[in-house]
Structures are given as C-alpha cells and as structure tokens.
Design a protein around this ligand. Structure first.
Ligand code: SDX
Length: 394
C-alpha cells in the first residue's frame, strides 16, 4: 500500500536495490529513463527537462520547465569564499580533484540538509547542486589556465552558459556555437543516468548512511574518475594520441588489446552490461558526424579514431566478445572536436550524470524499506591463530 515493493532483507543489505529510475536491456541495447526511450528523450527534450524527469519522475510542463530553468539560474553563483578556494589549487590540478572537493564543501556553505528536518530543504539543495556543479566545473577549467572566472548569464541556457563560462574572454567576440550547444545538450542527456553503475552505486551507498546529498555526490565524483569508468573518455584521446605520437599502426594497437600477456584494453570499447551496441553510442556517433561536419578534421586524431572503430567492429575477437564502441569512445572524440581539454571530459560526464545520482540518492532516502547499505563478503583469509608475543616472534 506504500507503493514500494518489499523484498528480502538480505537483498536490501547487500547494497543492491530495486529502482524505478532507469531500465537497461544489455542484450537488446535498450535504455529508458522513467519509461522514456533514450532516443525519444534526446530527440524531443533538453537537458533541463531530462534532469527534471529523473529527479521528479515526470517530464515538466512548459511552465514547470521555465520555472526550473529560472531556479537553476538563480542558484548558479558560488559563495565568494568558495571562489577563493580555486586559487589555492595548483594550476595543473586535475579538474576532477577540484570538482569532488568543491562539491563536498558545498555542505559547509549551504548546510540546509544538516538542519532538523532536511526534507524541508531537499528541493533547494537539489536545485543548488544541479546549478552550482556546472559553475564549479567551468571555474575549475579557468583555474587550470590561469584565467579569471566568467559568471553565468541570466539570458543563456544551461549549456550555452557552461560553454560561455569555459571559453569566453573580454578580448574575443565569443558566442557558444549552436552545434556545440546541441552536442553538449545531447551528451549530457545521454550521460544522465545508467542504473547501478560504479559511481551511482557509490552515491547510493554513501547516501544510505543519511550523509547529505553534497557528500554523497562527491563520492560519486571520485568513483567516476577511474579510467575504467568515467575516465574512459579521456583515456580514449590519450590512447589515440599515443598511437599517433609513437607512430603505431591501428592494427598493432588492436592486436595488443587482444594479447593476454598484457593488461592493455582499448579505451572506449566494451561494456559490463551492453553486449550489443550501446544505444547511447549509436546516438553519440551521429552527433560526432554533425560536429565533424562543422569542425572538419583539424588533426589526424579523427582519422585514427575512425580507422580504429572500423577495424575493431569487424574483428572476430571483438565480435565474439560482444565488444563494441561505448559511449566514451564517441564522447571523447566529440569533446576533442569541440576543443574541450581532455582533462575536462570526466567533469562533463559528472555534470551529465548528476541528475541520475540525485534521483538515486532521493529514491533510497525516501524508501521506508531501505536500510543502510551493507554489502557482505566471502572471507578468504587465514584460519584462526594465536598471537605470539613480540619478543618471541622471529
Ligand atoms: C562506462 O556501468 C556502466 O553503466 C558504466 C557506464 C555508465 O554510463 O556509467 O556505461 C560508463 O564506464 C563505460 C565503460 C567505459 N570503460 C572503458 O571504455 C574502459 C575499457 N573497457 C574495459 O575496461 C571493459 O570493457 C569494461 C570494464 C568496460 C567492461 O568489462 P567487462 O564487461 O567486465 O568485460 P570483461 O573484463 O569480462 O571482458 C570480457 C572479455 C575479456 O576477454 P576474455 O577473458 O573473455 O578472453 O573481453 C575482453 C576481456 O579481456 N575485453 C576487452 C575490452 N573489454 C573487455 N579487450 C580489449 N579491449 C577492451 N576494451
């Protein structure tokens, strides 16, 4: 009668869960957010609508979307003291190091969730985080190149604002390129949620202790940073640059990825769940071509990428193991074409995944049957043994 499915406590305590947010069929290559197919959402919605859908469970009406966009703009500035933090980081600090720590520190500047009934402020906290994460992301880039911060504008959309905060300058007549804005909007939607992936599971597990939303999302940022997860898009570009720099042939690198005597894997290929083409990769591949049509091949990286894709998808080793290009392969290329520095790729992945993290945090928090996540283990250590006093130990 609560609308929640009750299930075996053992299932609850493992940190596994039932969820109504995202559906994936890895065999058929299906991805849906709250019942809507990902291609339908990319075709008909913008990132603000999809964020609203994931967090609130329904798509917004025109008025609801306008009000949400107004709130996000209203909360897009950072506390002045927070701005000063950026200047204390080394100029070459990885933006994910800055992002994770700045998101956690939001709870110091906006402690509303530590008050008596955090539920009173949860909507405010969610809106603040959705908006300030974008500002923190852009500022972390400006810090890395020693530029002044550019504040968000009331008359720009979520994606226009981000690109403007990244690239505008008083000495440039900069305006966010509409194709770049469209590509960023689509990529943020494609990254918005993906069931119980590593970083979302981290957010749920930390949130299950009733840690505040900022702290839980900071944990998600740290999990996402790994090259096997959200760091893969940056690893794709590093891999392609390595091929070019070392004068390797694409065939050589594919053979190396098949050779079990080393741990090298093709970044941007394979997936734990999809054993067919990642539906997101299919959409991102189309977007890649659109951006390429505008930007042109400004370096040989694109040629290497397209050759690698062609060889891998026709190679028996990859076909037998259902290894296809995943979303990170095309995302890395698109961001590269948009001249976004590769250290920022995972930061943009985090911006996209944020609504999903928030939705999962709220789902666990509002489920009366969920307890603190407590995965179990199979013990494989030594049998019971007695301590030998230090003086007798040899
Ligand atoms: C993301 O979970 C999510 O939903 C994640 C994500 C999200 O939206 O949150 O989708 C985002 O993280 C996408 C994945 C990004 N990571 C990469 O691109 C890194 C490169 N990929 C691999 O590390 C690997 O494919 C994984 C980690 C992504 C998936 O690993 P699996 O499914 O556990 O595959 P596996 O290790 O069981 O491999 C099966 C076989 C093995 O060979 P055999 O032992 O059977 O002979 O495939 C091989 C592997 O060696 N293999 C690869 C390969 N990936 C798997 N061989 C070469 N290159 C690869 N990339």
């Amino acid at each position: 009668d609560t609308g929640y499915i009750t299930y075996d406590p053992g299932f609850i305590n493992t940190g596994s869960c039932m969820s109504s947010i995202c559906y994936i069929d890895g065999e058929k290559g299906i991805l849906r957010y709250r019942g809507y197919d990902i291609a339908d959402l990319v075709q008909n919605c913008d990132f603000i609508e999809v964020a609203y859908l994931l967090v609130k469970g329904v798509l917004p009406t025109l008025d609801e979307r306008s009000n949400y966009a107004r709130l996000l703009n209203k909360h897009s500035m950072l506390h002045t003291d927070m701005r000063n933090f950026f200047r204390s980081y080394p100029h070459d600090a990885h933006p994910m190091a800055i992002l994770a720590s700045m998101v956690a520190s939001l709870s110091a500047f906006y402690p509303e969730m530590e008050e008596k009934d955090p539920e009173d402020n949860i909507d405010l906290t969610v809106t603040r985080l959705l908006s300030k994460m974008r500002t923190i992301a852009a500022f972390s880039y400006r810090q890395s190149i020693g530029y002044d911060f550019v504040d968000p504008r009331y008359d720009y959309s979520y994606c226009e604002n981000f690109l403007n905060m990244m690239f505008s300058s008083p000495v440039l007549d900069y305006h966010p390129d509409p194709v770049h804005v469209k590509a960023l909007n689509q990529l943020l939607i494609l990254h918005a949620d993906h069931e119980q992936n590593c970083s979302t599971s981290a957010v749920r597990l930390v949130g299950s202790s009733e840690a505040n939303l900022y702290a839980s999302v900071a944990a998600g940022c740290c999990a996402l940073w790994g090259p096997k997860h959200g760091g893969a898009n940056q690893a794709v570009i590093e891999m392609l640059n390595k091929i070019i720099k070392e004068g390797l042939s694409v065939k050589e690198i594919v053979e190396k990825a098949k050779d079990k005597s080393n741990t090298f894997r093709l970044s941007g290929f394979g997936h734990r769940v999809y054993k067919t083409f990642d539906p997101r990769a299919r959409i991102a591949k189309q977007m890649c071509q659109e951006v390429l049509n505008v930007e042109g091949m400004h370096d040989s990286l694109m040629e290497v990428a397209l050759e690698l894709e062609d060889i891998a998808i026709h190679d028996d080793y990859f076909i037998e193991r259902n290894l296809y290009p995943n979303i990170d392969f095309y995302t890395g290329i698109i961001f590269h074409l948009m001249r976004i520095p590769q250290q920022m790729f995972t930061v943009l992945f985090a911006m996209g995944r944020l609504p999903g993290w928030i939705a999962h945090y709220l789902e666990w928090r509002h489920d009366p049957y969920q307890k603190i996540g407590r995965p179990r283990q199979i013990y494989a250590g030594p049998e019971t043994r007695k301590v030998i006093p230090l003086s007798l130990r040899t």
